[in-house]
Structures are given as C-alpha cells and as structure tokens.
Design a protein around this ligand. Sequence first.
Ligand code: ATP
Length: 349
Amino acid sequence: MTSLTHLRHFAGPEIVGESFATRNLLTAISHIAPYSSTVLITGASGTGKELVARQIHEASPRAKNLFIPVDCASMTGELMSSQLFGHVKGAFTSADQGSLGCFRAADKGTIFLDEIGELPLPLQAKLLRVIQERSVVPVGSHQAIPVNVRILAATNRDLKREMLAGQFREDLYYRLCVVTIRTTPLCERTEDIATLVPKFLDELAAEGHPRQKLTPAALQLLQSYNWPGNVRELKNVLEQAAVETDGEWITEEVFMTVLSNSAGGRVELGAPDASNFKSSSLVDRFRYPEVTGFPQPAQQTWTSLADLERQHIVLTLEHTYHNKSAAARLLSISRQALLRKMVRLGLSG
Ligand SMILES: Nc1ncnc2c1ncn2[C@@H]1O[C@H](COP(=O)(O)OP(=O)(O)OP(=O)(O)O)[C@@H](O)[C@H]1O
C-alpha cells in the first residue's frame, strides 16, 4: 500500500515471471513507457499494479524525476484537495505555510493515483481539470500553475461499472483509460511461481535470512494453490515458511501449515493429513488436490477440447474488452478465423 508520505526515488523490485501473461505485460510496459500518455492499470489486489506503475516510470524519460504514489483510499476530509493540489499560506486556519501538493511535487515526473475508484466525486472534477488543462489551482488561490506530470492510475474495481452506476465521472473515466493495462491473477499464470520464489528467497537472504530452497514437492504445492491474495500472498507465505524452517530446504509440510493457518484451518506443523482438511476452506483453494493428499473425487471429469477452446476465447475477449481484432492478434489467428470459431463454439450473437 502506498501513502502520501512515501515520496522517494525508485530503487525497488522488478517485475519477474516467464508466463505468457507476464511477457505480454512487460511488452506493454516497454511500448507505453516512452510516452506521457495516461495509463489505467486494472487488476486484483496484490497482482503488481503499483510495480507496473513504477516500472513504466523507470523505463520512461521521466525516470530521473520523482515517482509519487498517492493512495486515494486513504485521503479523507478537507485536506484532500490541499494534499493533491497544494495550498497557499492562510488558505485555512492551520495553513501557516504554503504547500506544493503532490502534483507540483511530481513536476516532470510521474504521479501514481492508486485506488482511483475511491476518489470522491468533487475531487474527480478537480482531477479532470488538471488532466485537461495541465495546471493546478492551489487551495486558497485563483491562479492556475502549469504542471508537467504523467498520470498513472490503478484500480481493483470495475471502474466502468462504477461509471455506469454514477459513482465515477464518465468524462474522467475516458480520460484515464486512454491506455489500459490489466494485471493477471497469479492462479492464471502459475508458471511465474518458479521465477518468483527464488527472487523472493534472494530478497530474504539479502535481509540476513539463511539461504534456503524449496523441495520439488513444495514448489508443486505452491503451483497448485489458487492464491486469492496473489503475489503479495505468495511473498508473505514464503517469508512465513522460511521463518518456520531451520534447515536449507523448505518442505511442502511447512507450506501446508502456513497456508492452512492463513485459510483459517486448524492444522499443526507436521505431515499433511487429508482428514484434517475435510472441513477446511483450504481444500477449495487447490486446483490439484492430489498434490496435497486431499481426498480424491470418486470420478475424474475431463474437459473437452472444445470447452477449453471456448474458455480461452472468452478469456481473451474479456482481456481485450471484446475487441475481436485485438483478440485475434493475441490468439495468433486471423479475425475471420476467430469469427468462424466463435460461431462454431456458440459464442457469436
Ligand atoms: N511480477 C512480479 N514480480 C516481482 N514482484 C512482484 C510481482 N508482482 C507483484 N510483486 C510484489 O507483490 C507485492 C504486491 O504488489 P503491488 O503492491 O504492486 O500490488 P497491487 O496490485 O498494487 O496491490 P493493491 O491493489 O493491493 O495495492 C509487492 O511486494 C510487489 O513487489
């Protein structure tokens, strides 16, 4: 989470991952970084939206200037305008000095408006003016001061739905989503776990923790979990497992304990026993329960190729906001071929 006081030059972590989704994400970042376009980053909590914003800034010509993250969800009360747009001396009772505000502090750099969906409507109107006029009017002043700031925003809400419900200004919505980047939930890119784990273990070692590795079964277990808290949860679980482990190898038993604790289970450290998990919500969080020793379903059900193809096309269309040409490009087929498949699979109309 970000805060207004968190103003610093970036020297932080980089996006890692080998999955198709992550490679696409890195390509999108490198394409958009050189420009000053506004970018809306959408995706579930913990999927790396702030990291994407930092990386866009780092890869941009603005990198030598400030990246200022602003948590819109933590901004309440009358001070909000002043925090964003600054104030002049005497603007309100406690204003014995003027203040720049985040936008002017980020001049020639980047401002990252996290949780933009939380911004109250009156501030949405002011933000729209900043975007349109490229200037801010500090509280207590009538003078517009030009600013040269790139705006990146993020949300884990469905901003379009908020807009349709009248919670978010339509004009601001269209200004913000000039370019949209969507981060993918970790359970849809489990290949990344094999790259993320050593990176996080290296980070722990750099903090003075003994060097550790995962047994192959432990890695397999992590790859079969559905990670509702995404990469943030993976990082936390790994740290807890590392702390619980004395030797070099972190085992699947340790992860079972850590995961069952975080899922509200009641299992103590030790070998996983499927009977312990029967009533636990943990069992529902594994896609391949056989990896954990959970009871097996009596009959294996198979997904047909047509079902898989249908699901993949639906996901791709959702990803491209139903832009069929873009979806066809992602699927490496022609638009015509996509349309034919959609008819065959009952997806047209
Ligand atoms: N691909 C990745 N490679 C390395 N670290 C990652 C990656 N994705 C996320 N992380 C790490 O996971 C943690 C959560 O990421 P981040 O705060 O960017 O997520 P977020 O989507 O902005 O979350 P929220 O919506 O809750 O603010 C951070 O510690 C971040 O460094």
